[in-house]
Write a protein that binds this ligand. Sequence first.
Ligand SMILES: Nc1ncnc2c1ncn2[C@@H]1O[C@H](COP(=O)(O)OP(=O)(O)OP(=O)(O)O)[C@@H](O)[C@H]1O
Ligand SMILES: [Mg+2]
Length: 336
Amino acid sequence: MGFSTNSAYIGLGLVFLLGYAIVLSLLTMVAYARVRHQHAFTHKVENTASTPPDAASLSVPSERSDLNSLAFAPVTLAFRDLSYTIQVKKQKTTRQLLRGIHGCFEPGTLTALMGSSGAGKTTLMDVIAGRKTAGVIDGDLVVNGHPMDRKTFNNLMGYCEQFDNYEETATVLETFQFCAALRMPRHTTSLQRTVFVRDVLVMLELHAKAHDQIATLSQGERKRVTIGGELLSNPSILFLDEPTTGLDSRAATIVMECVKRIAQSGRTVVCTIHQPSTVLFELFDKLLLLKSGGRLVYYGPLGLESSDMLEYFGQFEDVPPMHVNGSSTGGRRRST
Ligand SMILES: Nc1ncnc2c1ncn2[C@@H]1O[C@H](COP(=O)(O)OP(=O)(O)OP(=O)(O)O)[C@@H](O)[C@H]1O
Ligand SMILES: [Mg+2]
């Protein structure tokens, strides 16, 4: 064939392929970091039929969006005598992680799931959200008065895990557009998606950061991007696992105020939280408190300045008195 054969070509060929792979990888990295595709979307609003406007270029509503440009079905989720047992393979025994838990998560309310570390907060959320693949779940789960149909419920819920997971080089807008394309119902139009992405950006106070890459965001902003990613599936019920962990108090307050607004939009929101400040705690409407062993301590409304919860615990003689103080800085502080 006219090719000279030489065993030296094998080594050279491998070096060439390796170099080729490295150069392509570097070019891909640079392209991810530098090349943005969103200029393809930056057209005027009147081009709506073919190319939707960029969500970030749509005007920001004068009043904060209520996130209701897309309809959703309000969800009331009730559970009774919920228990969860797993098989511990090493010890060849079973371990009960939840025992006889009951409660009800209602539309428009923000419920706090609290308890000591290892009490079973994440386990309870995972069991309700259908994220446990092993173990035995007992008890009744009722959605809007009907026994839970897992497949339907999965389409109604969103779940924000404790740890954020993104493509760091993408911008906030790209991330949201990607989530919207994957997660919003197929029948929604491009314009509806764009408007909903804009509404989510505005509700989560990320509009000014729409074109910033995730890598440049603060921890609080990243958490809000995670929440936004879930919101873009237009969930009726949203679970959040410790959204404030690792945040300073200002970032935690902004995140929780956003979460409160999501609940006020008529969605059902359940959130595990560790040692919240009084200001954050009073954003919640209801509390489900667990103690170690997955036992229920309290489920009910908090009331004004937690009065309902304090009244409940006040009836037990061996519980130290709890009351709300005015602090020297003019804020409010709960002491025990
Ligand atoms: N797959 C499992 N196998 C064995 N034990 C488990 C498993 N999953 C959870 N546990 C145990 O169940 C208990 C509750 O865990 P869970 O993660 O729900 O607690 P948590 O209240 O969310 O704690 P934290 O506040 O630390 O997040 C813990 O003692 C944990 O060790
Ligand atoms: Mg947990």
